[in-house]
Write a protein that binds this ligand. Sequence first.
Ligand code: 5RP
Length: 222
Amino acid sequence: MTQDELKALVGQAALQYVAPGEVVGVGTGSTVNKFIDALAAIKDSIPGAVSSSEASTARLKALGIPVLEASAVEALSVYIDGADEIDAKGYMVKGGGAALTREKIVAAMSRRFVCIADESKMVPVLGAFPLPVEVIPMAAARLARQFEALGGSARLRIKDGQPLVTDNGQHILDVTGLKISDPLAFESEVNQWPGVVTVGVFAHQKASVCLLGTPGGVRTLT
Ligand code: 5RP
């Protein structure tokens, strides 16, 4: 099975967590795109979705799925999103698609976080994937030095020759060389650094369920 087929498999499997009559939280990325495509088949059974990015909003709308403002919804029963890395406890690194801040907000609104990924995303320790951190541009250089003091190396994410600008008008640092053995403590610490909008460790908002695509089918981790 190709990676694309594994993504489609878990995107389809995530439908079982969508409650009829309830708004669903929708993440961002190529795996979530498969979920959105699958969701279109049952769109008449839900009032709509709260989206974590402009990209997902565009895809949802193109498929006729209403997109609701997060501020118009009190809580969500489920949030479906992908991940860049997942450890055995369900702690994740996210933000490869630069949508981490809104992803964390929608995850926080949701009673259950269902992570969908192909099994290559499972790791023993978080940190091999460059850690995305959304930052206020004026703080980027100072924050890069703070990550260096932790043993990391931070680079500003570039797109089309310019610093990438997120949906929130901010920049992304990608940090390599870290071993995040205590994700809860790491997330709490980095969140306090002035200029950090969101760190891409999802430990306090970890996955409740992971659906992993494997050649043998979907493996469910709880
Ligand atoms: C976007 C994310 C994505 O969920 C993450 O990058 C995984 O993406 P993909 O499903 O394309 O591998 O965090 O900000």
